[in-house]
Design a protein around this ligand. Structure first.
Ligand SMILES: CC(C)(COP(=O)(O)OP(=O)(O)OC[C@H]1O[C@@H](n2cnc3c(N)ncnc32)[C@H](O)[C@@H]1OP(=O)(O)O)[C@@H](O)C(=O)NCCC(=O)NCCS
Length: 127
């Protein structure tokens, strides 16, 4: 399963230093949501893991270039948020498309991490 995801990562511009996807998947604790073309190649994916405190931590969200700006990453994130009370993710401060996406969904910057990354947090509001 990891081969098509790595191919997609290699073909998509990313900003900042990313740990390798293999490191996350090797831990065997992450869940990946895939959006596939009819020929089963991957058009987008989101990987997350559940932390010990119940927080859903998004490890990756990525959409292939030809499929960007069609609302796919938004839908993937919304599907995760629908099942979570608290979602975190780390994004490079120069990754403006991703920051725009997360901001539009209600994520807020929470903490400055190393190497130019920020931790963003979304918490389900109690009605
Ligand atoms: C960031 C990324 C995942 C967005 O995927 P996407 O499927 O194109 O995003 P969506 O179409 O769901 O965008 C939803 C909203 O996010 C914002 N957004 C997404 N891409 C944007 C861009 N390039 N510029 C400005 N805003 C953007 C917009 O508000 C957009 O809504 P709109 O199209 O109605 O204006 C994609 O650009 C990507 O794969 N980038 C490379 C990998 C990456 O950096 N991932 C994030 C790491 S933390």
């Amino acid at each position: 399963m990891i081969r098509p995801l790595l191919a997609l990562e290699a073909a998509t511009d990313t900003v900042g230093v990313w740990t390798t996807l293999a490191q996350h998947i090797d831990k065997g604790e992450s869940v990946s949501l895939l959006v596939e073309y009819r020929d089963r190649t991957v058009a987008a994916y989101l990987a997350y893991q559940i932390e010990d405190d119940g927080t859903t931590h998004v490890l990756r969200v990525l959409t292939a270039k030809p499929c960007q700006r069609q609302g796919i990453a938004r839908k993937l994130l919304l599907s995760v948020m629908a099942q979570a009370e608290r979602v975190t993710l780390d994004v490079h401060i120069t990754n403006h498309p991703a920051l725009a996406l997360y901001g539009a969904l209600g994520f807020e910057m929470d903490a400055l991490l190393s190497e130019g990354y920020v931790r963003c947090v979304w918490v389900k509001s109690v009605q």
